[in-house]
Design a protein around this ligand. Structure first.
Ligand code: ADP
Ligand code: ASP
Ligand code: MG
Length: 411
C-alpha cells in the first residue's frame, strides 16, 4: 500500500466525461489499497478565459484581484471530481489551496510555497478519504489568495508529495511521458523511460512546458520521486530520477527544447568603457525585465556591440528603455527582433563527450540556418535563430543526434 499524489492537468479534466474518467482511474488505485491525494488544474482553456475577462476590463489588473479571479478555475474541478468520486462510493473531500494550508509568500501571480500543514490531510487520509486539492493556488500570511504562476498545479502536486512524504508524485497529462522533444512538433520524438532532474530542469527552463520549472526544482530539492504519465492510456511514463545511467549506453543528448518566448535587442557602436554593460542593463532590470542571453563584441574602433534577449512580452518596453540609454551613451544605433527562437540541446552525456556543440553548428549550417547567438552550460547548448527555421532546426538536430524512434524515417 502506497501514498500517491496524482496531478491531473487541464485536458485531463477538460469535460465532465473526462472528470468521470479521472474518477474511474482514482477508484482503481483506491481499490488496490493505495492512499490518494489528487491535485487538479482548471478545465483546459479556463484559466486563459479568465485572464481574457480581466484584460477586457484593464491592461494592468490588480495582482491581488487577478489571483482571486484566476484561482476560481480549479475550484470548479475539485468539486466536480469529488462529486464523481462520491458517486463511485468513495469518501472524497475537496479543498482549496488556502483550506489545505498551502502557505505562500505574497508575490501575487508568481507566489512561492513556504510551508504546508499536513495534519488535516493526514486525518482525512486515515479516515479513508481521497483528498482533492486545487492546484496552482495558496494563501499568504494575511489570508490573501495567491497563485503560483502558469502551469503551477505541477508544483502543488510536487509540494504536497514532499510534505506528505508520498511514495510518488504522478503527473497525469495528455502525453504518455517526457519525450526527446515536443511530440506535437516532431513526429519521430521518442518517449524517455527516465531522465535526470538536472536534464529535466534544463528542458523545462529552455521551453519544454510539460512540467513547470519550479515543480522540477522542488522535486530535486526534496527528492520527490516524480513521474509523468498519460491520463488516457496505461503505461509506465517517464521517471525523473537522480540516477545517471551508465555513460557508455547513455545517449550524449537526451532532449531538444525550444521556445519562441524571447526577443533580441542590440545596441551598436557603444563606447567600449568599463561599466558599459551595467549602464545598458541597469535600467532594464530596474524596470523588472529579466534578461536571458547576453553577447558583447568589441570592434576595432574601440566601440562595442551589445546584444541581449528578454521575454517577448517585455520587448516593446525594453526597446523604449534601450533607445533612451543609447541616446545617453552616444551609441550609433538600436536594433530589435521579436521573431527569434531559441533551440537547445540538453544532455548530461555532454560532460564526457567533446564535439557536441560543433556537431550542432554543422547540422544547422547544412540546413542553411544562421546562428545569431550561442550560450552554453555544462549540459546544454542553446542557439538563437530566426523563428521561421525553428521547426526545421529541431527536426534536423533530432536526427543528427540520433534521437528519432527506431522505425521513423528522418526527413
Ligand atoms: P497539462 O495541461 O496536463 O499540465 P501541458 O500542456 O502543460 O499539460 O503539458 C503537456 C504538453 O507538453 C504536451 O501536450 C506537449 O505538447 C508539451 N511538451 C513540450 N515538450 C515536451 C516533451 N519534451 N515531452 C512531452 N511533452 C512535451
Ligand atoms: N490552470 C493553471 C494554468 O492554466 C495552472 C495549471 O494548469 O497548472 O496555468
Ligand atoms: Mg501543465
Amino acid at each position: 500500500m502506497a501514498l500517491f499524489v496524482q496531478k491531473y492537468g487541464g485536458t485531463s479534466v477538460g469535460s465532465v466525461e473526462r472528470i468521470e474518467a479521472v474518477a474511474d482511474k482514482v477508484k482503481r488505485f483506491k481499490d488496490q489499497g493505495h492512499d490518494i491525494v489528487v491535485v487538479v488544474s482548471a478545465m483546459s482553456g479556463e484559466t486563459n478565459r479568465l485572464i481574457g475577462l480581466a484584460k477586457d476590463i484593464t491592461d494592468n489588473p490588480d495582482p491581488r484581484e487577478y489571483d482571486v479571479l484566476v484561482s476560481t478555475g480549479e475550484q470548479v474541478t475539485i468539486s466536480l471530481l469529488s462529486m464523481a468520486l462520491k458517486k463511485r462510493g468513495l469518501g472524497a473531500k475537496s479543498y482549496t489551496g488556502g483550506q489545505v494550508r498551502i502557505h505562500t509568500d505574497s508575490s501575487h501571480t508568481k507566489a512561492r510555497i513556504q510551508s504546508i500543514d499536513t495534519s488535516k490531510m493526514r486525518s482525512d487520509l486515515d479516515e479513508g478519504n481521497v483528498i482533492v486539492v486545487a492546484g496552482f493556488q495558496g494563501m499568504d500570511d494575511d489570508g490573501n489568495i495567491t497563485t503560483l504562476g502558469r502551469g503551477g498545479s505541477d508544483t502543488t502536486g510536487v509540494a504536497l508529495a514532499a510534505a506528505l512524504k508520498a511514495d510518488e508524485c504522478q503527473i497525469y497529462t495528455d502525453v504518455d511521458g517526457v519525450y526527446t522533444t515536443d511530440p506535437r512538433v516532431v513526429e519521430g520524438a521518442r518517449r524517455l523511460d527516465k531522465i535526470t532532474f538536472e536534464e529535466m530542469l534544463e528542458m523545462a527552463s529552455l521551453g519544454s512546458k510539460v512540467l513547470q520549472i519550479r515543480s522540477v526544482e522542488f522535486a530535486g530539492k526534496y527528492n520527490v520521486p516524480l513521474r509523468v504519465l498519460s491520463s488516457f492510456q496505461d503505461g509506465g511514463g517517464t521517471l525523473i530520477t537522480t540516477e545517471e545511467t551508465d555513460s557508455v549506453e547513455n545517449p550524449i543528448i537526451s532532449g531538444i527544447a525550444f521556445n519562441r518566448d524571447e526577443a533580441k535587442l542590440t545596441v551598436l557602436g557603444v563606447p567600449d568603457l568599463p561599466g558599459i554593460a551595467s549602464r545598458i542593463l541597469g535600467p532594464v532590470s530596474s524596470a523588472n525585465i529579466e534578461v536571458d542571453m547576453i553577447v558583447q563584441n568589441v570592434a576595432a574602433d574601440q566601440t562595442t556591440d551589445f546584444t541581449f534577449t528578454v521575454h517577448r512580452n517585455d520587448y516593446d518596453k525594453a526597446l523604449a528603455i534601450l533607445e533612451e540609454t543609447a541616446n545617453e551613451l552616444g551609441a550609433r544605433e538600436v536594433k530589435g527582433d521579436n521573431k527569434i527562437a531559441k533551440v537547445s540541446i540538453v544532455g548530461v552525456g555532454m560532460r564526457s563527450h567533446a564535439g557536441v556543440a560543433s556537431n550542432m553548428f554543422t547540422t544547422l549550417a547544412k540546413e542553411n540556418i544562421n546562428i545569431q547567438m550561442i550560450s552554453t552550460s555544462e549540459i546544454k547548448v542553446s542557439v538563437v535563430i530566426s523563428e521561421k527555421y525553428m521547426e526545421l532546426a529541431v527536426r534536423a538536430l533530432h536526427s543528427a543526434f540520433e534521437l528519432d524512434q527506431a522505425d521513423s524515417v528522418a526527413e
